[in-house]
Design a protein around this ligand. Structure first.
Ligand code: NI
Length: 219
């Protein structure tokens, strides 16, 4: 199977699996991450075949939906790529990216091994911030049954992936525990540049949200 066929088969497979998903990890998230990753990958002169495959498969079996199992994503991707006859070098690169890509808490470093990994991680993180990021964060909070906000529950700074995964705080806390931190964790210079505008928009959103929270109106 040639590269074009591998990509189109993978796209079809992921689309069928994630289309209509309601927690913000749907096909359109994959579609955006793929496009952003290809753009960043071009700038960084990354191997675009690896970038595109990893972007397409990065949420194929997310730990968030499998009791925190961090191996299920790479294992599922490996099985799929093996079935398509993709060589081991590419498969290993893609699976490493899928394993390492996730955010794991404010005080946990998440280094990527390759340029391709840097690019896919930046693309995934860009989709977690800005207007899309806000929408996805509240969709996920709703899916998990979380409060929008609770002034009595302060944000936490997680120092392990375990404690981060267990956190049940209100959705607004997620901005302080992850989203506001992403801008300074971009790997690539174009990723950093794209993050600026999205970051400012989120700051404005949270400021306005908190202003409206108490229902007090100043005329
Ligand atoms: Ni993702």
């Amino acid at each position: 199977m040639n590269r074009k066929e591998i990509l189109s088969k993978t796209e079809e497979h992921v689309r069928n699996k994630l289309e209509g998903e309601g927690s913000g990890h749907d096909w359109w998230h994959i579609h955006r991450v793929r496009n952003t990753a290809l753009k960043l990958g071009e700038e960084e002169q990354a191997d675009l075949f690896v970038v595109e495959l990893a972007a397409l498969l990065h949420d194929i079996a997310d730990h968030k939906f499998h009791d925190g199992d961090e191996e299920i994503g790479p294992a599922t991707a490996r099985k799929w790529l093996k079935g398509l006859g993709v060589n081991t070098t590419v498969t290993d690169q893609v699976c490493d990216i899928i394993r390492d890509v996730s955010y794991k808490g404010a005080e946990v470093e998440t280094p990527m091994k390759t340029i391709e990994g840097n690019v896919v991680q930046d693309a995934d993180r860009l989709d977690a911030i800005g207007a899309i990021g806000i929408a996805r964060t509240f969709a996920y909070g709703g899916y998990k049954g979380r409060e929008l906000y609770n002034p009595n529950t302060p944000p936490e700074s997680h120092d392990s992936f375990e404690s981060y995964k267990k956190s049940t705080g209100p959705t607004i806390n997620h901005f302080y525990e992850k989203l506001f931190l992403l801008k300074d964790r971009m790997n690539t210079s174009s990723g950093r540049k794209f993050a600026e505008e999205r970051h400012k928009f989120m700051e404005k959103f949270v400021e306005q949200f908190l202003k409206e929270w108490d229902g007090n109106h100043e005329l």
